[in-house]
Design a binder for this molecule. Structure first.
Ligand code: RB5
Length: 141
């Protein structure tokens, strides 16, 4: 189950990504925001990441204007490895090497088609383990 969330700066891209996830047959839970009214991205990051830490969801997608604030907030939460991404190579690599459990992107930065590619690349990738597991373990320490 994917946890997805955005602030007011990311709501249009979130809606587009949810449509894409529907087409892909991926299950997700939307943690808001639900309107274009201004809100604070750390609150949404906390809700999405909380669902991952609790085990309710296993991956997350966070969207704000740039993706930067969301990634900063998400990475403050123990157990969250959030990657701010702008391309599909990074989307794949951050799963394969960093075992990222959250990807963050910006509606004001990334076009819809690029975002679709990033989501697909991330969801289709697998953590490679081995030496990468040692390194991810050091992050967790
Ligand atoms: C909201 O205006 C904007 O600051 C937010 O969406 C995000 O880009 C923060 O990093």
């Amino acid at each position: 189950m994917i946890a997805i969330g955005c602030d007011h700066g990311g709501i249009n891209l979130k809606k587009a990504i949810m449509k894409k996830l529907d087409e892909m047959g991926e299950e997700y839970k939307d943690f808001g925001t639900y309107t274009e009214e201004s809100c604070d991205y750390p609150d949404i990051a906390k809700a999405v990441c909380g669902a991952i830490v609790s085990g309710e969801c296993d991956k997350g997608i966070l969207i704000c204007g740039t993706g930067i604030g969301m990634s900063m907030a998400a990475n403050k939460i123990k157990g969250i490895r959030a990657a701010h991404i702008t391309d599909s190579f990074s989307a794949r690599m951050t799963k394969e090497h960093n075992d990222a459990n959250v990807i963050c992107m910006g509606e004001r930065i990334t076009g819809v088609e690029i975002a679709y590619d990033m989501v697909e690349a991330y969801l289709n990738a697998e953590f490679q383990g081995g030496r990468h597991a040692v390194r991810v373990g050091k992050i967790e320490e």
